[in-house]
Design a binder for this molecule. Structure first.
Ligand SMILES: *Cc1c(COP(=O)(O)O)cnc(C)c1O
Length: 333
């Protein structure tokens, strides 16, 4: 691997130190039911129990705490499909600041309300992540706000990487880690942490078939745009940015594989989490379980699946649990 990637194990250790008393260390538990299905020991990293309901608080907190006093005074802004906005709103408020959050109209209403409740100034703009990002760029240019992006930023990636440190600390013999993948901040950080400690550990990115921007970009060898469509894994939507600086290079260097999941497989993952593990997870948080259930993971033992978030509309969750599949986006033909 070598070479200078934008975020190192040392950066991640520094982030862990910086955010230690501002985030929760989440539990990691063995799953007997998935172990039986997969034929190897399976552990679940219950990061959906993180404050604000997802790992995004790690990166947002590390970014906000790293700001200079002058930057703090200007305020922070981000575009978000929900969980980053929520995390940044919380992290900013914890530092006595107000975050401005721009999001597209595709973001579910429950997520918008939660972010407003956390004290953020929410602006709804356009029909895609890229259009929401255009408004962020304007606020940075015209009003001097400081952008904290959802994934493509060294401090954000280093913060997400602290989750990887918790995994290797809890289970040094981890052979394979299953990471939900969208813009790649989580996957880049976790892979840098885990491979920094044990280069033999495999890190596999998991995402939905519908609109898998990082997968398409890795295949093309450069950031490419994909059409944004709705998915049960709505937190995995959005592009990686045409001018990606951090996560594309890191995912290309560090990920061993990227696997795609259908809507039906993601729904099965959510059902299993609920029925067998007593866990409510959103679609994005269920992709690791989904891949194990679908028989897509062949590993030397043990496997760790990251359950990355729990922010799902409860009516949608109920429909998934009851197998009312018609309520969602159908799988592509
Ligand atoms: C943001 C998010 C992801 C994907 O993280 P990236 O850093 O964009 O790859 C996965 N799961 C949940 C719950 C998220 O909020």
């Amino acid at each position: 691997m070598g070479g200078a990637l934008p975020v190192s194990l040392e950066d991640i250790r520094a982030a862990a130190h910086r955010i230690a008393d501002r985030i929760a260390e989440t539990p990691m538990v063995p799953s007997a039911s998935l172990g039986e299905i997969a034929g190897v020991p399976v552990w679940l990293k219950l990061e959906h129990h993180q404050t604000t309901g997802s790992f995004k608080l790690r990166g947002a907190t590390n970014a906000v705490v790293s700001l200079s006093p002058a930057e703090r005074a200007r305020g922070v802004v981000a575009a978000s499909t929900g969980n980053h906005g929520r995390a940044l709103a919380y992290a900013a408020k914890a530092q006595g600041m107000v975050a401005t959050i721009c999001m597209s109209r595709l973001v579910p209403e429950n997520k918008v309300l939660e972010i407003r409740r956390l004290g953020a100034d929410v602006r709804i703009v356009g029909r895609s992540q890229d259009e929401a990002q255009g408004e962020v760029d304007r606020l940075v240019r015209e009003e001097g706000l400081v952008m904290v992006p959802p994934f493509d930023h060294p401090a954000v990636v280093a913060g997400q990487g602290t989750l990887g440190l918790e995994i290797v600390n809890a289970l040094p013999e981890t052979a394979t880690v299953l990471v939900p993948l969208s813009g790649g901040g989580l996957a880049a950080g976790v892979a840098a942490a885990i491979k920094g400690v044990n280069p033999k550990t495999k890190v596999i990115g998991l995402t939905m078939e519908r609109g898998a921007a990082m997968k398409a970009s890795l295949d093309a060898g450069r950031p490419v745009q994909v059409e944004e469509v709705s998915s049960l894994a709505d937190s995995l939507g959005g592009g990686i940015g045409p001018d990606n600086q951090v996560t594309f290079a890191m995912c290309r260097a560090l990920l061993d594989d990227v696997l795609l999941l259908t809507e039906a497989e993601i729904a099965a993952g959510m059902r299993h989490a609920y029925a067998r593990e007593d866990e409510i997870v959103e679609g994005a948080g269920a992709v690791g379980i989904a891949a194990l259930l679908a028989g897509k993971i062949r590993s030397a033992s043990p496997v760790v699946a990251i359950l990355s978030g729990r922010n799902v509309d409860m009516e949608q969750h109920r429909r998934v649990i009851n197998g009312e599949g018609a309520a969602f986006a159908e799988d592509s033909p």
